[in-house]
Design a binder for this molecule. Structure first.
Ligand code: SF4
Length: 365
C-alpha cells in the first residue's frame, strides 16, 4: 500500500470522503460556525487540488483535532499504469483500486496542442451489454459513488502526475445508469472552492437512455457537453450492437436529445463506432443524417472499431474510415475521425475492463 496521504484500503469507520462533498456540504458537516469559512475553504481546496486532508495547516489546533478524524481525502491506489506513444504524445491507462478491492480504469488521452483529456469510469462493469465492448461482457458489479468518480481525477493529477484539460465520462460503465453518482460528482468537479472545472470541459457520453438524458438536463448545467453512441441509424442493427436500445428505440432517443440543449450554440456529439460489414452499408450515412435532423445540431465522431477479446468483426482500414466519413460529410454532417489511440494498451474505445485488465488490475492477481 502506498504511504501517500489520503490513500486508503477500506472504509473502516464513518468518516466522510471529501471528494464526494461540495464546499457547502463540507462546511455544513464540519459545523464550525461562522468566521471559519476562509480556513475551511483552504483546507477543502487543498484536499481536492493536492489530495491532502491536513486541517492543521489551516485551522486552529482545537478545530483541526476535531475535524481531522471526521473526513478523509480518498485517493485511489494505482495498481498498474501503462503508456503507449502516439502522434500527439503518450496515451496512459491506469487501473485504480477502490476501497472494496474492485478496480476501475481511467485513461489520459493526449490531443494536439499538448491538451489532454481524462476518460473516467462511472461504474464497476456495466449492464448495457454493448456487443463491441469489453466492459459490457463482465456485467455490472456496482455503481461508483460520487467520491470515487471525483477520486479518479484527483488521483490522476496528484498520484500519477497527469495533466489534463477535459474530462469525458467514457470509461467503464454507463454514466446515466448511475445518475446519482454522476450528478454528485459533477457538482464537486464544478465546485469553485475545489477543482473548479468549467462545465464545457466535461462531457457525459451515454449509450442514450432517454430518462437519464432528461434527468441530466434537469440538473441545469447549461454548458455541460453530451455525446451519444449511435452506432447504427436503424433500430434492428442498433439493438444487436447495443441491446439497451431495444427498450426505447431511436424515436424516443432522438426526442430526448432534441429536448436536451439549454443553450443556443449546443452541439451534440454523436459517436459512431465503425464496424465494416455491420454498420457501414449504403444507407448508413443518410440514416445518420436523418437521426441528426431529428436530434439537433451535432458533430459526428467516427470511431474505428477496436477488436477486443471477442471480436464481432474486424477493424476498418483507413480507406474505409475515410470513405465513411466522406459519405457522412456528403450527407451534410459535421464529421471528425477519432484516431484509435491506446489500442495497444487496451485503452481505446470499447476496450476498457477487458480480461487482461481484470486479471492485472488487482494487486496480487
Ligand atoms: S460501451 Fe459503454 S454502455 Fe456499452 S457496455 Fe461498454 S461501458 Fe457499457
Amino acid at each position: 500500500m502506498d504511504a501517500r496521504p489520503g490513500l486508503h484500503s477500506a472504509p473502516m469507520d464513518n468518516r466522510s470522503d471529501i471528494f464526494g462533498l461540495t464546499f457547502p456540504a463540507f462546511t455544513a458537516l464540519a459545523g464550525l460556525g461562522p468566521g471559519k469559512a476562509a480556513n475551511l475553504r483552504a483546507a477543502y481546496s487543498a484536499a481536492l487540488r493536492e489530495g491532502r486532508w491536513e486541517p492543521a495547516r489551516y485551522l486552529s489546533r482545537v478545530d483541526a483535532e476535531a475535524l481531522f478524524p471526521r473526513f478523509f481525502a480518498g485517493l485511489l491506489e494505482p495498481a498498474r499504469v501503462a503508456e503507449e506513444d502516439g502522434e500527439f504524445g503518450a496515451t496512459s491507462k491506469a487501473v485504480l483500486v477502490l476501497s472494496d478491492g474492485a478496480t476501475v480504469e481511467c485513461v489520459r488521452i493526449p490531443s494536439p496542442g499538448g491538451k489532454a483529456t481524462l476518460c473516467v469510469s462511472s461504474q464497476v462493469g456495466c449492464r448495457m451489454g454493448c456487443a463491441f465492448c469489453e466492459t459490457g461482457r463482465a456485467g455490472l458489479e456496482r455503481n461508483l459513488s460520487s467520491a470515487e468518480i471525483v477520486a479518479q481525477a484527483v488521483t490522476a493529477r496528484v498520484a500519477l502526475g497527469w495533466e489534463f484539460r477535459n474530462i469525458v465520462f467514457m470509461g467503464m460503465g454507463e454514466p446515466l445508469d448511475n445518475i446519482d453518482g454522476l450528478s454528485g460528482a459533477l457538482a464537486v468537479l464544478f465546485e469553485q472552492a475545489g477543482l473548479g472545472l468549467a462545465q464545457e470541459r466535461v462531457t457525459v457520453c451515454t449509450v442514450g437512455l432517454p430518462d437519464g438524458i432528461a434527468r441530466l438536463r434537469a440538473l441545469g448545467y447549461r454548458r455541460l457537453g453530451l455525446s451519444v453512441s449511435l452506432n447504427a441509424p436503424e433500430d434492428a442493427t442498433r439493438s444487436r450492437l447495443m441491446p439497451a436500445g431495444r427498450a426505447y428505440g431511436l424515436e424516443a432517443l432522438s426526442a430526448a436529445l432534441a429536448a436536451f440543449p439549454s443553450r443556443r450554440n449546443f452541439a451534440l456529439g454523436v459517436n459512431y463506432c465503425l464496424i465494416p460489414g455491420v454498420n457501414d452499408g449504403p444507407g448508413a450515412a443518410a440514416g445518420v443524417a436523418a437521426f441528426v435532423a431529428r436530434a439537433g445540431r451535432a458533430l459526428v465522431n467516427v470511431i474505428p472499431y477496436n477488436p477486443g477479446s471477442e471480436p464481432i468483426g474486424r477493424a476498418p482500414t483507413e480507406r474505409e474510415v475515410d470513405a465513411f466519413a466522406a459519405s457522412l460529410a456528403s450527407a451534410g454532417l459535421q464529421v471528425r475521425v477519432r484516431s484509435p489511440r491506446g489500442r495497444g494498451l487496451m485503452a481505446a474505445c470499447g476496450q476498457l475492463g477487458g480480461p487482461a485488465a481484470r486479471s492485472g488490475g488487482r494487486p496480487g492477481a
